[in-house]
Design a protein around this ligand. Structure first.
Ligand SMILES: [Zn+2]
Length: 418
C-alpha cells in the first residue's frame, strides 16, 4: 500500500513539474535593480528558480521555451496608489460617483478595472481607499484570490479614515445625510475605527492628515499628532501600518513624526519636510499623474497652454523631494485617470526629473520593500513569478511601458503577444 501511494506521488510530481517549467528568453532582463543582457529566467510552478546567462544555468529537459525577441523582462509592476472603485472624474465627478453609483455598479466597474490593470502589467496594486464603497475593495481582492476574475495581487485600505467633518461630499444642508467618501472618526473613536477596519479586512490603514474643510478652500491639517500616534499604535500592535494622505507641510510633518510609513501626494512638501521624512524612513508616493489629469479636466490644454500654477508647484516640490534623498515610491492615484494607463506616472516621474532606471526601481524593488513584500518586485531566485515584458529597452525609453506584451502573475501567463 505504502509503495502504491509513493508511486502515485512521484507520478503527480513529474506531471506537475513537466507542465510548469517555463524558460523565458528575452533580449534583456531588468531584475528590479539593474539591466542585464542575454539573461534567461526559469520559472517552475509559481517560483523563479534560476536567473542568469543561459550557459550558467541548468535547464530541465522538457521546459517550455518562450522566446521574447527584442524584449525586456521586468518584475511585474507594483502600483502604489490606486482606486479600483473610482473612474476618471471627467467621466463622472467624484461626488456623483460616491452619491449616485451603487456599490454594485462600482464593484462591477472595479472588476473591469482590475483586469485592465493586470493586462497593463500591474501584478500588484496597493489600493488607497474605496471612496464611499465600504469594503468593496476587500471583496474584490477576495474575488481575485478565488480565481473568479483576473486582477493584480491587492493590498487594500478599506474605507480609510477621515477626521470628523473634514471629508466630502459637501454642500448639503444639515438635514441631509450623505454617504461619505471615508469613515469619520476623532479621538478614541479613531482607534476604534482602525481596529474595526483591520477586523473587516483592511491590509493597512489610510488616514487623511489634511484636507479641505470646505469646498474650494486650501487644505488644512485634520487629525492632531496625538490622534495619529494613537492610530499608528493601534495598527502596529495588530501587525499592520498606517499611510497618510497629506499635502500641507504641517499635515506631512504630523504624519511623519507619528510613524506613518508613506505619505501620499505631498504636493506642498518643503526641503525640510522631505528631509524629515528621509530621517524617519517615510516614503513619498508623489501621485504626479493625478494632478496632471485633474488640471486637464479643469481645462488645461497640455502642450499648448502654459503650465497651471498647480503643475509648476508640483514640479518644484518633486525636485525638492529628489534633492532630499527621501525614498520615492511609485503610485499615480490611478482611478482619477483611466485604469490601465498606469504608465503615465512613470513617464511623469521621468519628465519631472527622475532617471528612468530609478523610476523602474521605484515601480518594482523599491515599492516591494516599502510595502513589506519580501518575495515580489525582483526577478531573482526564490521570488514569486510575477513577470512582464515590453518591447525594446525601457531603461533607455520609459514610454516602452505603454505597451506590455507579456504578463505572468504567480507563474500563470495572462498575456503573450509576440
Ligand atoms: Zn488617492
Amino acid at each position: 500500500m505504502k509503495k502504491i501511494i509513493a508511486s502515485v506521488f512521484v507520478f503527480c510530481l513529474i506531471v506537475n513539474t513537466i507542465s510548469s517549467q517555463i524558460l523565458l528568453k528575452p533580449a534583456h532582463v531588468f531584475d528590479g535593480n539593474e539591466l542585464h543582457n542575454d539573461w534567461v529566467v526559469l520559472v517552475e510552478g509559481n517560483i523563479i528558480t534560476q536567473v542568469g546567462l543561459q550557459s550558467s544555468i541548468k535547464i530541465p529537459k522538457g521546459a517550455k521555451e518562450i522566446v521574447l525577441k527584442g524584449m525586456t523582462l521586468l518584475p511585474g509592476i507594483i502600483e502604489g496608489h490606486s482606486h479600483l472603485l473610482l473612474h476618471p472624474y471627467n467621466e463622472t465627478s467624484w461626488n456623483d460617483q460616491v452619491l449616485k453609483e451603487s456599490p454594485v455598479e462600482r464593484s462591477i466597474r472595479g472588476a473591469v478595472h482590475a483586469k485592465k490593470s493586470l493586462m497593463a502589467g500591474i501584478t500588484t496594486m496597493r489600493d488607497l481607499g474605496s471612496e464611499g464603497a465600504g469594503y468593496s475593495d476587500v471583496y474584490l481582492k477576495e474575488t481575485i484570490e478565488k480565481g473568479i476574475i483576473p486582477g493584480p495581487r491587492l493590498l487594500v485600505a478599506g474605507p480609510a479614515i477621515v477626521a470628523t467633518g473634514a471629508y466630502g461630499p459637501k454642500g448639503f444642508h444639515d438635514g441631509v445625510t450623505v454617504p461619505l467618501g471615508a469613515e469619520e472618526a476623532s479621538g478614541e473613536e479613531a482607534v476604534k475605527a482602525v481596529r474595526r477596519q483591520l477586523g473587516k479586512g483592511a491590509d493597512f490603514i489610510k488616514i487623511y492628515a489634511d484636507y479641505r474643510w470646505r469646498n474650494g478652500e486650501a487644505s488644512q491639517p485634520t487629525f492632531s499628532q496625538k490622534e495619529i500616534i494613537a492610530m499608528v499604535e493601534a495598527a502596529e500592535s495588530a501587525g499592520r501600518y498606517v499611510v497618510a494622505h497629506a499635502s500641507t507641510p504641517e499635515g506631512m510633518r504630523r504624519a511623519t513624526l507619528s510613524g506613518v510609513e508613506t505619505i501620499e501626494h505631498g504636493d506642498g512638501g518643503t526641503l525640510e519636510i522631505f528631509k524629515l521624512m528621509k530621517d524617519k524612513n517615510v516614503a513619498l508616493c508623489p501621485t504626479l499623474a493625478a494632478g496632471d489629469a485633474v488640471s486637464q479636466y479643469r481645462g488645461w490644454k497640455k502642450g499648448s497652454d502654459p503650465e497651471p500654477e498647480r503643475i509648476i508647484q508640483k514640479k518644484n516640490s518633486f525636485k525638492l523631494a529628489l534633492q532630499s534623498g527621501v525614498t520615492i515610491a511609485y503610485g499615480g492615484d490611478v482611478g482619477v485617470f483611466t485604469h490601465g494607463d498606469n504608465y503615465k506616472e512613470l513617464e511623469l516621474m521621468v519628465a519631472y526629473g527622475m532617471k528612468p532606471l530609478a523610476v523602474l526601481q521605484a515601480a518594482t524593488a523599491v515599492n516591494a520593500a516599502v510595502f513589506h513584500l519580501p518575495t515580489l518586485g525582483q526577478i531573482k531566485k526564490g521570488f514569486l513569478a510575477d513577470i512582464i515584458a515590453v518591447e525594446g529597452n525601457p531603461v533607455k525609453d520609459i514610454s516602452k511601458l505603454r505597451t506590455v506584451n507579456f504578463v505572468m502573475k504567480n507563474g500563470e501567463i495572462y498575456k503573450n503577444i509576440p
